[in-house]
Design a protein around this ligand. Structure first.
Ligand code: GDP
Ligand code: IMO
Ligand code: MG
Length: 428
């Protein structure tokens, strides 16, 4: 295989950044294809944690080409802060390319995100307030400002004027909020444009050349299957397609270039933000998972909602994404539990189902069917092979692979790059 897509199979924060960093050891290119600064990917190398929002998780290696593809929405302030943060840590970012077709996030998108959420009241989505949804709204309304526009002073000045006038009408007339000023925003974005100019390229062409040269390419998913705008728990989703199919569209390659899809599965389930969560626990098991896993959001610090692993949902996710292998993360978080449960099916009105209903009023009736496993009750963070895992952990993983119908390719037992082992060869 020469290309691998790494995607989240649950509601995000599965450890995609960690798995991408691990697989990147043998990759030449790491490309993001969707989402924006709503992502928070933590990579830990030698106990030093790097929290990445827009920069691809390959950035820590100086010899890998890192790409922010056309499907990503770029907040220049955030990406420049991240670049500066990397430079402070002695990591150079000269190997970064940003698509000239990617859309740009402006402060009016962030404000619109805030106002939309406030107006929804109890029905709020619980967004990261990064302006991601409003930026994609403008993209699909065909009024967005792209990186190539940012690179052209006259076009930027004209499009920003037009867009800000429209947004200010929305802010003042519809939301009764304050308008935003044009001149300071233009000044900031002209400065961002100069700082970003060296990174801007036609990244689809760059990727095409990498494939022609037989390079190994890794696609880094952000968000996850159940936050997908089409297949997530709509409307409690993000505004893009994190699912594997979009790795092609969001980076400007054809679907035949995708050789392998790795679904990252956290050994239990979490969700941050609002929306349905069939296996959510409100009891002491849920609290124990949150505390054992320090489940608080990277971007917003919000406590994550917790539950046992929903293997039924992962099975559906495997089909949607053509998953070839699973990367199981945070297995070590289950070390202290006497017994561990796994949801292996759903029932609606007392009948087993084999689908996830689109209609949230039907989804709300879904009840998890659990199987209970004996806990292993020992520290597995030093284990480096499947055979060396305690028998109870092997049983848990084998049952997971059986329910999902996909083999396990990677197991992660701690946040560090080296606390990982593969059960098969990636990038031969
Ligand atoms: P992402 O958004 O999918 O990249 O995941 P996040 O980085 O938001 O959240 C995953 C968290 O788990 C990060 O803090 C990682 O450093 C950490 N992590 C990843 N894999 C493991 C693991 O196997 N064990 C433990 N204990 N932590 C892990
Ligand atoms: P990574 O890549 C977890 C959630 C938000 C909210 C919904 C919409 O780190 O896994 P948005 O700001 O995208 O409009 O918010 O999606 N969300 C995430 N949850 N991990 C993420 O990214 C997320 N990105 C967005 O909490 O519920
Ligand atoms: Mg995250």
């Amino acid at each position: 295989m020469s290309s691998i897509v790494v995607i989240g199979s649950q509601w995000g924060d599965e450890g995609k950044g960690k798995i991408v960093d691990y697989l990147a050891q043998k990759a030449d290119v790491v490309a993001r294809y969707s989402g924006g600064s709503n992502a928070g990917h933590t990579v830990v190398v030698n106990d030093v944690a790097y929290k990445l929002r827009l920069l691809p998780s390959g950035i820590l290696y100086k010899d890998k080409l890192c790409i922010l593809g056309n499907g990503v929405v770029i907040n220049p302030r955030v990406v420049l802060q991240e670049i500066a943060g990397m430079k402070e840590k002695g990591i150079d970012t000269d190997h970064l390319l940003i698509s000239d077709r990617a859309h740009v996030v402006f402060p009016y998108h962030e404000k619109q995100d805030e106002l939309q959420e406030a107006a929804l009241g109890d029905r709020k989505i619980g967004t990261t307030k990064g302006g991601i949804g409003p930026c994609y709204m403008d993209k699909y309304a065909r009024t967005g400002i792209r990186v190539c526009d940012l690179m052209n002073k006259e076009i930027l000045a004209e499009k920003l004027k037009r867009n800000l006038e429209a947004k200010n009408r929305l802010f003042t007339k519809y939301y009764g909020a304050e308008p935003m000023a044009y001149e300071p925003m233009l000044k900031d974005y002209l400065a961002y444009a100069e700082a970003l100019r060296p990174y801007v390229a036609d990244t689809s062409v760059a990727l095409g050349k990498a494939f022609d040269a037989g390079k190994n390419v890794l696609f880094e998913g952000a968000q996850a299957t159940y936050l997908d705008i089409d297949y997530g728990t709509y409307p409690y989703v993000t505004s893009s397609n994190p699912t594997a199919g979009n790795a092609a569209t969001g980076s400007g390659i054809g679907p035949r270039f995708i050789d392998h899809v790795v679904g990252v599965v956290k050994a239990y389930t979490t969700r941050v933000g609002e929306g349905p969560f069939t296996c959510e626990l409100f009891d002491k098991d849920g609290d124990a998972l949150r505390e054992a896993g320090h489940e608080y959001g990277t971007v917003t610090g919000r406590p994550r909602r917790c539950g046992w692993l929903d293997a039924f949902m992962v099975r559906y996710s495997a089909r949607l994404n053509s998953m070839d292998s699973l990367a199981i993360t945070r297995l070590d978080i289950l070390d202290g539990f006497d017994r561990i449960k796994m949801c292996t099916g759903w029932e609606i009105d007392g009948k087993a189902v084999d689908y996830i209903p689109a209609d949230l009023s039907i989804l709300a009736k879904a009840k998890p069917v659990y199987e209970t496993f004996k806990g292993w009750k020992c520290d597995i963070s030093g284990v480096r092979s499947f055979e060396d895992l305690p028998e109870e952990a092997q049983i848990y993983l084998k049952r997971l692979a059986e329910v999902v119908g996909v083999e396990i390719g990677i197991v992660s037992v701690g946040p560090n790059r080296d606390q990982t082992f593969a059960l098969k060869e990636f990038f031969a």
